[in-house]
Design a protein around this ligand. Structure first.
Ligand code: BTN
Length: 318
């Protein structure tokens, strides 16, 4: 009910009367009053005027289930939202929920991760109150070989959410979002499957939103949206925008079970496009010029001898 009241206050242009809320949710005035007090305690500024009702004046920068759900415009993605303030890793929580039977679309969100993980087992800096640390659980009806493309689908969605707020962002293949060459978002996809059948996929997304200090070892390569623009952003709004965009790209993906319907858009956003890249693939290093991705999400690299190599997994440095 809290999330619905919040949504109702958010969408109202004027005061919403207590009477209206009681009727809408079929509860007593005291129940409504209790919810308003809870919201105020969480940092929402609500103006209450006798004979007029309640009006939402200001919202805090929270990533609670109620805050995110009251902003969502999706039909299945990020539904439901499971929020727990401190978690080891939202990917870990999502995998545990998947094993317990949680449904396609479930989103796990944390305020802080104590052992956030990045690709190749690297630690992921996930301090409290400044970033988005979230993982979605998917149960796609696709071949396990196609699942890695979902990471690029997620990168497209995060790009939409960030680029509508900050200029100059790009995708670094396969799935980092960078601004001025510094990483603001990383994505880690994990899967449980049999040979021909996916049990579940978990896509974990970390976005540095309002972070203003990074550990020394990543300070030169990482940034946050705040560090780049000086502005502060409401994280729940970025979360809601991400999943709205994700639904759109996911629909395109399942139509063909590849990225054919978004290859052009992806390549337009690709920071590496037509640039020299250094590829490191299973201990082997070589250089070339990136020519964009193909419909399977592989990076096409034109080698200096004129041949083209398609890179399926590996590290790219510009
Ligand atoms: C990368 O190395 O670029 C991927 C980083 C992924 C970080 C996110 S934060 C939410 C989710 N939980 C984790 O432990 N990792 C992912």
């Amino acid at each position: 009910m809290k999330e619905k009241i919040l949504k109702c206050l958010r969408e109202a242009e004027d005061y919403v009367s207590g009477q209206e809320l009681c009727q809408m949710f079929d509860v007593s005035r005291t129940a409504i009053w209790k919810v308003m007090n809870q919201l105020k305690e969480e940092g929402y500024v609500i103006d209450a005027v006798k004979n007029k009702g309640y009006r939402l004046v200001q919202t805090p920068d929270l990533v609670t289930a109620e805050e995110v759900e009251s902003l969502l415009e999706t039909s299945w993605a990020a539904r439901p939202v499971v929020y727990e303030e401190e978690q080891a890793s939202t990917n870990q929580t999502a995998k545990m929920l998947a094993e317990q039977g949680a449904s396609h679309g479930t989103l796990v969100v944390a305020e802080r991760q104590v052992s956030g993980r990045g690709r190749r087992g690297r630690p992921w800096h996930s301090p409290k109150g400044s970033g988005i640390w979230m993982s979605i659980l998917l149960r796609p009806q696709i071949h396990p070989m196609s699942a890695s493309m979902l990471t690029l689908v997620a990168a497209m969605a995060v790009y939409d959410a960030i680029s509508s707020r900050v200029e100059g962002c790009a995708i670094k293949w396969p799935n980092d979002i960078v601004i001025d060459g510094r990483k603001v978002c990383g994505i880690l996809t994990e899967m449980s499957s049999e040979q021909d059948n996916i049990h579940y996929v978990v896509i974990g997304i970390g976005i540095n939103v309002n972070t203003d200090d990074f550990p020394e070892n990543i300070a030169s390569v990482a940034a946050s949206m705040h560090v780049i623009t000086g502005a502060y952003y409401k994280r729940a709004e970025i979360i809601a925008d991400t999943w709205k965009a994700f639904e759109k790209y996911y629909d395109l993906f399942v139509q063909t079970e590849n990225l054919a319907l978004m290859v052009d858009a992806y390549n337009q956003r690709l920071v590496n496009m037509d640039r020299r890249v250094m590829i490191e693939e299973r201990g082997h290093r070589y250089e070339g010029t990136a020519r964009g991705i193909d419909a399977e999400g592989a990076l096409l690299v034109e080698r200096d001898d004129g041949t083209t190599t398609s890179v399926i997994s590996g590290e790219v440095s510009v």
